[in-house]
Design a protein. Structure first.
Length: 341
């Protein structure tokens, strides 16, 4: 993985909405919805070269390895349960579809750097001008909708499943999350994670019928952390809805009901659009890099933290910041280490 992180090492770098491949050939997505289709990557008239197509081989979990043999992305699939679609996916899809009809999200908020779809987010965050960490704010109607979604057994199961995959495939990184979140919620007892069985501090429900993302990095998330993305809907996953990992030149089939864990702050990613008569929603879980920074800095802002340091301590902190990305990526596990556990 290439290093696309801020100088502090806590969050990613803000992208300009274009991948390096798009810049190279001058072919970007022009509007608010993704337009790159499979023929743009494969076939005689392809515009992008060197991409690998990863087929869906069933719900079992499969890792994607980096050059050092570490699992940096995991196709989690779904639980080994023959009733998963009818017991979990279908109720979750019905609930998010109903939420999309009732939610009050302005057009301005529905048009954003990830695409053209209304998001509802819940949980705790820090960054983007916040003075201190706090719960994401929603209006009365949207708060009620979010409470309904977060108390829905289907989403509780989806949240727990993704957390279990995280713990199994990146145990060291999971422990890093766990120890920091334990300190955070011990300090701020009035705050609550969206799901008690989830490791992440925030989540987003993307509500439009044709939720497919434009290329982006979720730069505010922990730079070397994992985000869980769950696809819901009714679409032909062989033709659309794929997850494109641009920096890795991978295109993964992404069926409804399945979850993928990626370092979303570091990797530029997007979706292949679905058909006009199909529908797709998504559910994501993540934690802001600013929360980890706040905790590491003694529950204070970076400015206050640096003011409290001696010149020697500031120099040491800057050196640690330069090494933070490498140390964070070092928390990923190789298959040999996982087998030895």
């Amino acid at each position: 993985m290439k290093q696309h992180v801020a100088s502090t090492g806590w969050i990613g770098l803000r992208d300009d909405g274009q991948s390096s491949q798009e810049k190279l050939i001058g072919f970007e997505e022009p509007g608010w919805t993704p337009s790159h289709t499979l023929p743009d990557f494969f076939g005689t008239e392809r515009r992008f070269s060197g991409f690998k197509y990863v087929e869906y081989l069933g719900p079992k979990t499969r890792p994607v390895l980096d050059a050092a043999g570490r699992a940096f992305t995991v196709f989690a699939g779904h639980a080994d349960d023959p009733n998963w679609m009818c017991d979990v996916h279908d109720p979750a899809m019905a609930a998010i579809a109903e939420a999309g009809e009732k939610a009050k999200v302005s057009e301005a908020r529905s048009h954003h750097r990830r695409g053209n779809f209304p998001p509802l987010s819940a949980g705790d965050s820090y960054g983007g001008g916040q003075i201190h960490p706090g719960a994401l704010i929603n209006g009365v109607i949207n708060t009620a909708i979010l409470c309904s979604l977060m108390s829905n057994l289907a989403f509780i199961r989806l949240a727990g499943f993704a957390t279990g995959i995280f713990a199994n495939w990146a145990p060291n990184l999971f422990q890093y999350y766990s120890s920091h979140m334990r300190k955070f919620y011990k300090k701020y007892r009035h705050l609550r994670r969206p799901f008690l069985n989830s490791i992440w501090s925030a989540c987003t429900f993307n509500l439009r019928l044709h939720t497919c993302c434009l290329g982006h990095r979720d730069f505010a998330n922990l730079a070397f952390g994992w985000c869980a993305v769950t696809a819901l809907g009714d679409y032909d996953y062989r033709k659309g809805g794929h997850l494109i990992l641009w920096d890795c030149k991978l295109i993964l089939e992404f069926p409804p009901g399945c979850t993928i864990l990626i370092p979303s702050a570091a990797i530029f990613h997007s979706n292949i659009p679905i058909g006009p008569n199909e529908h797709r929603y998504s559910f994501t879980q993540y934690t802001a890099g600013g929360l980890f920074r706040w905790i590491e800095h003694g529950f204070q802002s970076e400015e206050a933290y640096f003011e409290s340091l001696s010149p020697e301590e500031r120099a040491r902190e800057r050196a640690e910041a330069k090494a933070r990305w490498s140390a964070g990526v070092g928390l990923f596990s190789t298959l040999d280490k996982l087998r030895a556990m």
